[in-house]
Design a binder for this molecule. Structure first.
Ligand SMILES: Nc1nc2c(ncn2[C@@H]2O[C@H](COP(=O)(O)OP(=O)(O)OP(=O)(O)O)[C@@H](O)[C@H]2O)c(=O)[nH]1
Ligand SMILES: [Mg+2]
Length: 217
């Protein structure tokens, strides 16, 4: 019987991720991995960001979903190039899937590539995709204890975007608690609070991204 250790598979993923990053660097494309639970507001955040950065950057998206193309259809409606990956059951994207999707991108038409990962706070933490930045999205209705309970995904992220801030009056979400946990887990990470459907906090998030894009290339 042949047994393959998970650690070896992760090592292979890390090597492929480095190759993806080198390929993106050579093409001058900055890449952002967007992670968070199912329904946290990842696609809605992207939609709001694209409306705000229109004319300033040329975005593209790789959508990761277990099935279907609903999110890709939402992004395509905005005129933004999009590639859909169906993981067919897998709870996260990996570097190999991204390598395959990169072949479908016209690099000349893109300067920032967003990867919307499969909705998941656990599995996505272990897989480098070759991105330059990772943003973790957490909605106010999910609870302020999530960084304490799922530390790995928060620890490796460059920003926390707290979404659905408009729902704060209807929840017991304590922004101070999650901020304190995030400061402990990822002291250098930026923290944004947004209500993407009505636009609150989107300009600050977009400005930070554009600045990261300019300094990261
Ligand atoms: N009230 C409120 N609802 C929001 C906000 N952002 C997103 N939603 C709603 O939350 C639901 C999920 O939003 P999506 O953006 O599809 O979430 P997602 O993280 O992309 O979901 P998956 O891709 O399935 O993991 C939708 O019904 C959105 O309209 C917000 O700022 N405020
Ligand atoms: Mg989505």
């Amino acid at each position: 019987m042949k047994i393959i250790a998970a650690r070896k598979l992760l090592k292979a993923n890390d090597q492929l991720a480095e190759e993806n990053r080198a390929r993106l660097d050579a093409a001058g494309v900055f890449c952002v991995n967007v992670v968070g639970s199912p329904g946290a507001g990842k696609t809605t955040l992207l939609e709001a960001l694209f409306a705000t950065v229109a004319g300033r950057v040329k975005p593209a998206v790789i959508e990761g979903d277990i099935a279907g193309s609903l999110d890709a259809e939402r992004i395509a409606k905005l005129g933004v190039p999009v590639v859909q990956i169906n993981t067919e059951g897998a709870c996260h994207l990996d570097a190999n899937m991204i390598a395959a999707a990169l072949g479908s991108l016209d690099y000349d038409a893109v300067d920032v590539l967003f990867i919307e990962n499969v909705g998941n706070l656990v599995c996505t933490a272990g897989f480098d995709l070759g991105e330059h930045l990772r943003i973790v999205v957490l909605s106010t209705s999910e609870g302020d204890d999530k960084a304490a309970k799922y530390p790995a995904i928060f620890q490796g992220s460059d920003a926390l975007v707290i979404t659905k801030a408009d729902l704060l009056p209807h929840t017991n979400f304590n922004a101070d608690r999650i901020t304190a946990d995030m400061k402990r887990l990822a002291p250098n990470a930026e923290i944004f609070q947004v209500a993407a459907l009505r636009g609150d906090g989107i300009v600050a998030t977009a400005d930070w991204l554009v600045q990261k894009l300019s300094s990261g290339r």
